[in-house]
Design a binder for this molecule. Structure first.
Ligand code: HXC
Length: 259
């Protein structure tokens, strides 16, 4: 790879925006510049009605092996604070269209945290997951202590974060960290298949559904249920609700217009 090679590769396939992390020689180590590019591309697509789902992937060896350690080694606390690089991770968190992670190989540290910012995770059966920051004298910094705990529960999160041990794909599936496990060669095709299915459905409903599930992490049960209820009612103002329910009555496939 030359120094001019782009850090990410992007394409739009039908209504699906695909981002491939592209630092293969560094196992897709997540430099601040790379995360900024991912966030900016996702924001552009989020504002583009022609893109209704995003797929984020790496390569066969690594989704991403973490934040770029070389970039952090000699930095001071003040430099880290002033740089405030995690703000760019929050930009990814605010993307409204569903994001599917297609994960092969390592998803470690920031790579695991980036994956947890995605909404559906398709993993290859040889993928490995972990938060090994403890081995570097630090802790997860992009939400890992919070999102991993919410995803897999306290006991397993403590085990992974305190010991740095890696989880296999079947164990990650059993723990609720990933959505589906498939043979490695099927990871991207399966993610694209899900993405196309999602893109064919009403995109307002898809975004509302994502918003409600994420709300479950942020609020009380009662407030979350009320939030869901308000968005459910609001969907009756969309053409897609009428089309979806009428198509059911007519025994024909719905033709959603995302309006
Ligand atoms: C920078 C990295 C890297 C990383 C791998 N590389 N991970 N460079 N940052 N996170 C580089 C290696 O230095 C090496 O470069 C090349 O990628 C291939 O890696 P190898 O170690 O030779 O491969 P292998 O022996 O197969 O081991 C794979 C591995 C190991 C087990 C994944 O690379 C590893 O432990 N990586 C670090 C994992 C980690 O600690 N992640 C957490 C980072 S901290 P050269 O030039 O030597 O070929 C973090 C904090 C999150 O994520 C905070 C929020 C952002």
């Amino acid at each position: 790879m030359s120094t001019e090679d782009p850090l990410i590769l992007t394409e739009v396939v039908d209504a699906v925006g695909v981002i491939r992390l592209n630092r293969p020689k560094k196992l897709n180590a997540l430099s601040p510049a790379l995360i900024d590019l991912v966030a900016a591309q996702m924001e552009r697509w989020d504002a583009d009605p022609a893109v209704r789902v995003i797929v984020l992937t790496g390569n066969d060896r690594a989704f991403a092996a973490g934040a770029d350690i070389d970039d952090m080694t000699e930095r001071s606390a003040v430099e880290m604070y002033e740089r405030d690089q995690f703000t760019d991770w929050d930009r990814i968190r605010r993307v409204r269209v569903p994001i599917i992670a297609a994960v092969s190989g390592f998803a470690l540290g920031g790579g695991c945290e980036l994956m947890m910012l995605c909404d559906i995770v398709v993993a290859g059966d040889t993928a490995q997951f972990g938060q090994p920051e403890i081995n570097l004298g630090v802790i997860p910094g992009a939400g890992g202590t919070q999102r991993l705990t919410r995803a897999v529960g306290k006991a397993l999160a403590m085990d992974m974060i305190l010991t740095g041990r890696m989880l296999s794909a079947p164990d990650a599936l059993a723990a609720g960290l990933v959505s589906r496990v498939v043979p490695p060669e099927h990871v991207l095709p399966e993610a694209m298949k899900i993405a196309q299915q999602l893109a064919a459905r009403g995109s307002i409903a898809a975004r509302f559904a994502k918003e409600c599930v994420l709300k479950a992490f942020e609020t009380t049960l009662e407030e979350g249920v009320m939030h869901e209820r308000r968005l459910f009612y609001m969907l009756f103002a969309t053409l897609d609700q009428k089309e979806g329910m009428r198509a059911f009555a007519d025994r024909r496939p719905a033709r959603f217009e995302h309006r």
